[in-house]
Design a protein around this ligand. Structure first.
Ligand code: GLU
Length: 290
């Protein structure tokens, strides 16, 4: 899979075409936390259904993508470490704006869904991770010439998703932008294809997946501010607030995922060695202080 990204600077007006081949309380015995669900053999995992390379429900009903693989790894690793049977996973679609609610309602036991850890969300849910770091970027049509930096979005119609961090960040940085907020990124992509919007913004990982799926139709522009990525998106695995035991178990599984080299393999398989991705340090939430 070829995933291309173009560098976009918020300060410089030049667009450097850098064609890069990118390739509740846990209780392990009878409680109602995530570990209890794994032990009982029935786990409900939330993910996205429309994000190729990350969380995708295929036409035959099977699931694929990096978040799907990571969730399966974590759940199976925890079961194995505890000497439990490999549990059955039921998948549940968790759109951006519904993630905290679905965890709080107990409708899902954990979520791996391009879910950025941030202060606000951490007040409602716990996070294992981060397992991966990416950055906010832009997707435009391949023949787009007017959009080259953050400021050039002024007067343009931009799409993002309700309840997502990129929608919030772009509104803060560019209050005059005409932002349309949809429920899913795939509906933004469709609107971009139809010419109803000029650009969409979210994590580079997600945009590269859509771009790779439709060769020749779109290009991904990197966003920068003062020479730095416009944002850092630290992906975490969400679970019930105060499930400390479950959180520790997820972090131990993620450490093993990284240390064994399996993480790199999964990134390569799902994102094609994506340049816009680096591994996170599970358990290290010091970035929340910034
Ligand atoms: N990672 C960002 C977030 O958690 C954007 C992707 C998404 O909406 O899932 O809001």
């Amino acid at each position: 899979m070829k995933r291309n990204i173009l560098r976009l600077s918020a300060l410089a007006s030049t667009t450097v075409l850098a064609g890069v081949t990118l390739a509740a309380c846990g209780d392990s015995s009878g409680g109602d936390g995530m570990l209890a669900a794994i032990e009982a053999g029935e786990v409900t995992v939330g993910t996205k259904y429309d994000q190729p390379g990350l969380g995708l429900r295929n036409p035959d009903g099977s699931m694929s993508g990096l978040d799907v693989d990571i969730a399966e790894y974590v759940v199976n690793h925890i079961a194995e470490e505890n000497g439990w049977e490999q549990p059955t996973i039921s998948w549940r679609e968790t759109p951006s704006a519904q993630r905290e609610t679905l965890i709080q309602n107990g409708e899902v036991d954990l979520i791996a869904a391009t879910y950025s850890i941030n202060q606000g969300r951490s007040e409602s849910v716990n996070f294992g991770g981060p397992y991966l770091v990416t950055h906010q970027a832009l997707l435009v049509r391949e023949d787009e010439t007017e959009i080259s930096d953050l400021e050039s979005l002024d007067g343009k119609i931009l799409c993002s998703v309700t309840g997502s961090t990129p929608a919030q960040k772009v509104k803060e940085a560019l209050p005059s932008v005409q932002l349309q907020e949809y429920d899913t990124y795939s509906s933004c992509v469709e609107a971009l294809r139809q010419g109803n919007i000029d650009a969409m913004t979210t994590d580079a990982t997600i945009l590269l997946g859509y771009s790779a799926q439709a060769p020749g139709q779109f290009k991904v522009l990197e966003m920068e501010r003062d020479g730095e990525p416009f944002t850092n998106e630290y992906y975490g695995v969400g679970l019930a607030k105060d499930d400390a035991e479950g959180t520790d178990a997820i972090n131990a599984a993620l450490d093993e995922l990284h240390d064994s080299g399996e993480f790199d393999t999964l990134v390569q398989q799902n994102l094609g060695g994506d340049e816009a991705v680096s591994p996170g340090t599970p358990g290290d939430l010091s970035f929340l202080d910034n």
